[in-house]
Ligand binder design. Sequence first.
Ligand code: PHE
Length: 369
Amino acid sequence: MRLFLAGTASSGFHPAICIPMNSNIFAAMPSLQEQIHAYELEINAFTPADAADLEQYRIKFLGTKGIVKGLSTEMKNVPPEGRKEAGLLLNAFKQLAEAKYEQFANLKEDATGGKVVADITLPGTEIPMGTRHPLRMVENQIVSIFERIGFGVATGPEIEDDWHNFTSLNMPENHTARDMQDTFYVSQNPDWVLRTHTSSVQARILETQPLPVRVICPGRVYRNETISARAHCFFHQCEGLYVDKGVSFADLKQTLYYFVTEMFGPDTKVRFRPSYFPFTEPSAEMDISCTVCGGSGCSLCKHTGWVEILGCGMVHPNMLRNFGIDPDVYTGFAFGMGVERITQVKYQVNDLRLYSQNDVRFLRQFQGL
Ligand code: PHE
């Protein structure tokens, strides 16, 4: 092995074995650097195809008659003034050759014949996990609770006409009940609105589906409210509708008891208060015992022990008639709940704005739920 042939320091030299350009060692032993550089390129480019390949590498570079050994034995030919720097150079080269070997040495062989596929000892690449949005999660829970007792899922358009959002639901033009929901009008003639509730989907179901129907309608709704912790210009609802022969208020109550038990646990108490909705008669609002204080009084239940979670009632005969259904033959119940409200009660989220601010510190708290 020749150590001192003519040559110059080349660029791209491995930093670990780079000797400063002004070093006088290059004058004395230019080819040592050149040879090592060539070997270094070979080592860097080397990836063993299998265990035998790696063994070949070991013998070639690190074996008793290998290149590292050969270069070391020739150190005695280096003039004394250059030995120190040549020693450093060789040492770094040896480390490089050994590191490459160790990188692959503890790889496991696969069952088919020893192909080296990857360095399984290296840590894996971390894949960041996203989380479901809490509203979507709760919506999924609500939907699946009702699916288990035979409700289908129906969705409809968010830009809705007057007929489906109001008139067909027993709220004719100029009906004062329209004031209950501050509405975004998109156009006036024809009347297009951003739907104020997903009852519009129920209207579309009664219009198109043969009876009996049993559906749950999740979706986003819009109301012209000033945005605050307690109100938003858009939110989400899940409304249910069941129309068949002989459906009674007892069926409504039993269905909602089942929902509450599944959603909030078997110890949750329920109460109904008489209420008014134009599309149901009789109508009620349903409260559950406060999930935070259990009924003793706290800020969530405003110290009443109860939190309101939904509106409901028996489908108004006028609404059935609007879709050509005879109310003397068919009856039905409907209910509607705000998904934000259910999420607030279940997870104590106290500011509605959090749901749409995309703050990961908030969203990450729902990871894995
Ligand atoms: N649509 C009503 C609302 O948005 C809720 C509701 C649905 C009430 C069905 C009764 C029956 O407030």
